[in-house]
Design a protein around this ligand. Sequence first.
Ligand SMILES: [Zn+2]
Length: 118
Amino acid sequence: MGMKKLEILAKSSSSETPYTVECYLDENKISVFCSCPAGDNRLLCKHVKKIVAGDESILYDKNQKSELQMIIDHLKGTEISVLVSELNRQESIMEEAKRNSEKLKKKLKPLILNELEQ
Ligand SMILES: [Zn+2]
């Protein structure tokens, strides 16, 4: 089995024009290139993260669900899929902690930053 190339269009949060995510699948490996500015700098951008996590919300074209599924099937049982799910888990813990700390600050602020009556 040779190398397989898939091109997935990913939604951009700042523009109507999608980014192109090129995925090269070989054996149990993958190599991904995203055309966004972060991807250009070889950073792990959200488009790549969502694609390797099989998150359909990043798809610009919903008809590309089957391509996304191919990537999921390809990564099944690899260290990559284990790391991706652990990363997602940690990021949702972080999001929840962020929300909770904002709530606490909101409660704390009026108790500390008030004017004391003399
Ligand atoms: Zn990207």
